[in-house]
Design a protein around this ligand. Structure first.
Ligand code: SF4
Length: 537
């Protein structure tokens, strides 16, 4: 690292996210590590600083009630004695300390990959999606200064302005990642952030790519599992997780189609009544007017629908048993009903698994659905256990899924990830053991330790898996739309103007105001993802 480079830091406090933090936490987690770092010249804490303004522990530290973060960052970057400004903007209520390893890695990444430009350290694959340290260099600041209309948004700038500004994104190095994985103060790791509970094992389709239901694989060894999840046990498990409801999402679905479950409406309603964010995948073949209104009434946050083709011919060759016109009709009904009722939820995303039958229809699918759906995902994913070519490949690191969420089978067994499709590694049974005892139990600890010490090959399912890399993204521009490119899939984010055509209220502010008040856990990632956000805020 160049020893002569110094940086100013801006910590922006948003009281919606910082209200739970105590003075002691703010001191030890944020102010001490940042002010004591040798590369940091000055630290400005801005925004809702009132409650913390007395914590002036260092001459480097200033508190200002400035709320224009963009202007503040540009001013801090302009100081002649600094190389650039480090932006620390944390949009989560969960405790997360700033560690010296994170500061070192971000500064080093900037100096190596984007000196003078705009560098972002992506923590989503730590996993930790609600803090994205960024460094703005002087060349990038000059462009932003000259163009007040340009949002200070790395994704948008990378997508639409990468000719003008040098933009690079970093992946946290192994050592820094390990320091976080072993830090007991990272509250995010202490409970699962999502739970998929398999409401029904049954599916009414026999899609050719499906690892559970296609006719190409013998699934008879899985017949021992109950067909549906018991409603009383479902409620008992959700009751246990209620203290974490503000930070968790519930998917009442895993490998089956949720609307095959006799109690799916009760399951959705119970999770919503408890205050959990609810989102799940469906094939949309069984929806009707009543179900669509129910999903809207319940403010289900997000629905992902698999639409593996843009034409009836290719779709029905792949999704055996489904009717293209029925599904497209149901999706349009959802979009139109939301408009009629003046609501933004549920957010719709469309998924296409790439196969020889539909490869040529990607653009047609995107042009027809981006806008109606906020996101279209084109997947080059595992098809019947055959792992495809990757779009890009990072060096191996500990798998985020072991720290992130759980999947519960209909007999209560907990598996760590969706890649364990034959349930080789059962982490515990949630019908006889409290969920958090499983999450923090010996088997989870062992698996996490094996991953943290690079011994992932000692776990057979992990040894042959590629899914650990799924969150490592590249952002690329493509005309007027943004593409997040992951190793096995590309997410196309709807341009703001097209999304506005299919959203209520007419103004972007209203759309996002409604989204922000109605969603909980996923709001942070949507804000990061969607080009509407900066425009609306
Ligand atoms: S099988 Fe793959 S996705 Fe699952 S925990 Fe192991 S590395 Fe992660």
């Amino acid at each position: 690292m160049n020893s002569s480079c110094l940086f100013n830091v801006v910590i922006f406090i948003d009281s919606r996210f910082w209200s739970r933090r105590t003075d002691a936490e703010v001191l030890t987690d944020w102010l001490k590590p940042v002010t004591s770092h040798s590369r940091i010249k000055n630290v400005v804490v801005a925004g809702d600083v009132g409650r913390f303004a007395h914590l002036k522990i260092s001459p480097k530290l200033t508190f200002v009630s400035d709320t224009d973060e963009r202007a503040l960052l540009l001013r801090q970057c302009a100081h002649p004695e600094v190389e650039g400004v480090l932006r620390l903007h944390h949009i989560s209520k969960l405790r997360f300390p700033i560690m010296p390893q994170l500061l070192d890695a971000t500064i080093e990444g900037y100096l190596k990959e984007a000196p003078g430009g705009y560098f972002q350290m992506d923590l989503a694959d730590l996993p930790y999606p609600y803090l994205t340290p960024e460094i703005l260099g002087k060349d990038a600041a000059l462009v932003l200064q000259a163009k007040p209309g340009l949002a200070l948004d790395w994704n948008q700038l990378k997508s639409f302005h990468s000719q003008e500004i040098r933009l690079e994104r970093g992946i946290l190095p192994y050592e820094a990642r390990l320091a976080y994985l072993e830090n007991a103060h990272v509250e995010y790791f202490t409970f699962p952030k999502f739970m998929a509970l398999e409401s029904s094992r049954l599916c009414n389709l026999r899609c050719t790519m499906c690892v559970t239901h296609s006719d190409f694989i013998d699934h008879s060894h899985l017949n021992k599992y109950p067909k549906h999840f018991d409603l009383a046990k479902y409620k008992w498990i959700l009751d246990q997780m209620e203290p974490y409801k503000d930070f968790m999402s519930i998917a009442p679905q895993f490998q089956g189609e949720p609307f095959m479950a006799p109690h799916i409406s009760d399951m959705i309603a119970y999770a919503r009544q408890k205050g959990f964010c609810v989102g799940f995948t469906s094939n949309a073949t069984l929806w009707n007017d009543e179900i669509i209104d129910f999903l809207i009434d319940q403010e289900v946050n997000n629905l992902c629908v698999s639409l593996d083709g843009a034409t009836k011919e290719s779709y029905e060759r792949v999704r055996i048993g489904a009717n293209f016109d029925t599904v497209v009709g149901n999706l349009n009904k959802l979009v139109n009903r939301k408009l009629e009722r003046g609501v933004v939820l549920p957010w719709l995303s469309i998924n296409m698994t790439l196969m020889p039958e539909n490869r040529h229809e990607q653009e047609k699918l995107l042009s027809e659905w981006l806008g109606k759906a906020y996101l279209v995902s084109i997947n080059n994913t595992c098809i019947n256990h055959v792992v495809p070519e990757k779009f890009h490949q990072p060096d191996r690191y500990p798998c985020p899924y072991l720290w992130e969420g759980v999947h519960l089978l209909t007999n209560g067994e907990v598996i760590a990830c969706c890649r364990d499709s034959d349930y080789e590694e059962v982490m515990g049974n949630a019908f006889d053991t409290p969920m958090l005892d499983i999450w923090n139990g010996e088997k989870y600890k062992l698996f996490r330790r094996l991953h943290a010490t690079k011994q992932w090959n000692d776990i057979p399912i992990c040894a042959r898996c590629d899914t650990w890399m799924c969150k490592t993204k590249k952002t690329v521009g493509d005309g007027d739309r943004m593409i997040m490119q992951y190793p096995f899939y590309r997410q196309y984010i709807s341009p703001a103007n097209r999304l506005a055509d299919y959203s209520v209220g007419g103004t972007l502010e209203e759309i996002w105001g409604s989204l922000k008040s109605a969603t909980k856990k996923v709001t942070g990632s949507l804000l990061n993802l969607n080009p509407l956000w900066r425009k609306a805020s």
